[in-house]
Design a protein around this ligand. Structure first.
Ligand SMILES: Cc1ncc(C[n+]2csc(CCOP(=O)(O)OP(=O)(O)O)c2C)c(N)n1
Ligand SMILES: [Mg+2]
Length: 193
């Protein structure tokens, strides 16, 4: 199965989202890419959990944003680790009919922690984990589930998810080999972990 460069994923999110739409970026490598590459045009349209950088805020945050702005597209962009910390929120969203789109950046690990370990120790330890079948997991909650199998599929899948009156979970494999290049180009990370 393929996996895609984070910058490509960010670009497709930006294309799918209107200027007033809202994306919530969870803590992880996903946030580093979104915070550095996602342009915004209106206040409060790209929300991050900074400061203590608590993981797993993006699904409940998206839920709240959608309640406040039901006419806007609302997305949670989060890593597989943060997703698995907050999976039960899907039940609430489905039960209450709060139609958010959840884009899971799948790398099979705590990407940001591995990235930091590479920088400080030159190797990674204890940051990999197995994942469920995201499509079946979504469907078991009564949500819609998608797995991105080709780069060209992401944008149309995002459009479909936003057009549907449903809670949608999209699993998108990402290739974090690009992480080192982000800091080469844009400077050191200062994110606390
Ligand atoms: C509640 C909580 N636990 C642990 C951390 C430390 N932490 C920061 S990023 C991260 C890994 C994130 O992994 P994932 O959600 O898969 O995102 P990725 O970095 O792979 O994009 C961890 C464990 C945190 N910030 N908040
Ligand atoms: Mg991850």
């Amino acid at each position: 199965m393929g996996s895609w460069a984070p910058a490509r994923v960010v670009a497709d999110i930006r294309t799918a989202m209107g200027e007033d739409d809202i994306v919530l970026c969870d803590t992880g490598a996903v946030k580093m890419w979104m915070a550095r590459l996602y342009p915004t045009y209106r206040p409060n349209t790209c929300l991050v959990s900074n400061g203590l950088a608590t993981m797993a805020f993006s699904i409940p945050g998206a839920f709240a944003a959608k309640l406040v702005h039901p006419e806007r597209r609302v997305m949670a962009a989060l890593g597989d680790g943060a997703f698995l910390m907050s999976t039960s929120e899907i039940e609430t969203a489905v039960r209450e009919g709060v139609h958010i789109t959840i884009l899971v950046w799948v790398d099979g690990g705590y990407g940001l922690i591995g990235w930091k370990q590479d920088i400080h120790f030159g190797r990674q330890a204890a940051v990999s984990f197995g994942n469920p079948d995201f499509v079946r997991l979504a469907e078991s909650f009564g949500a819609k589930g998608y797995r991105i199998e080709a780069a060209a599929d992401l944008l149309p899948t995002l459009e479909k998810a936003f057009a549907d009156e449903a809670v949608s979970i999209i699993a998108c494999p990402v290739d974090y080999a690009e992480n080192a290049r982000l800091i080469e180009r844009l400077g050191a990370l200062t994110e606390p972990i």
